[in-house]
Design a protein around this ligand. Structure first.
Ligand code: PRP
Length: 181
């Protein structure tokens, strides 16, 4: 896999610092909440990030998972989100939801998912992403917690894939153009 990597964008030490910084903020922000915290892990890309982040959160928390995809603009289904796997939880008004993502690109997935969960009356809904590509934004959306803003590069590793490969690389790297073009 390493031969397909153009260069390392965020190495293991930097990822460790990012998850520590985000966890400190989350620990601070939720410490006085009277509702249980649910980390809502969006499959598949956020799995590695979520697993490192949660070990640094010192509050009681529960885990749920969703797998979703959003349709881009210009399709018949624009404005919708497709739920491939839903979270197994009722009475969301009893919980603070923190959605964990690997990357925000157009912003469609997280803006629609946030709205969906607010419509299900969650006590609160916030978003935490490892990476953000603000230059790719197509809808007005800003994550509550962000590990790093990056340029519009093809990133892989630490959960992120190309054709389902490279998720197990321990760093975030830039994929060689010849692999995907
Ligand atoms: C990625 C990422 C977000 C979404 C972001 O998921 O995990 O869910 O795309 O894009 P957006 O801001 O343009 O909506 P992907 O569909 O690649 O699935 P995966 O996590 O299973 O790899």
């Amino acid at each position: 896999m390493l031969k397909d990597v153009e260069r390392i964008l965020i190495d293991e030490k930097e990822l460790d610092e990012i998850t520590s910084r985000l966890a400190d903020k989350i620990n601070h922000d939720y410490k006085d909440s009277d509702k249980p915290l649910i980390l809502l892990i969006i499959l598949k890309g956020s799995l590695v990030f979520a697993s490192d982040l949660m070990k640094k959160i010192n509050l009681p928390l529960e885990l749920e998972f969703m797998k979703v995809s959003s349709y881009g603009a210009g399709t018949k289904t624009s404005g919708e989100i497709k739920i491939h796997l839903d979270l197994m939880r009722d009475h969301l008004e009893q919980y603070d939801l923190l959605i964990i993502e690997d990357i925000v690109d157009s912003g469609r997935t997280l803006s629609r998912l946030t709205q969906l969960l607010k419509n299900r009356n969650a006590n609160s809904v916030r978003t935490c992403t490892l990476l953000d590509k603000p230059s790719r934004r197509e809808v007005d959306f800003a994550p509550d917690y962000c590990g790093a803003q990056i340029a519009d590069e093809f990133v892989i590793g630490y959960g992120l894939d190309y054709n389902e490969k490279y998720r197990n690389l321990p760093f975030v790297g830039i994929l060689k153009r010849e692999i995907y073009s």
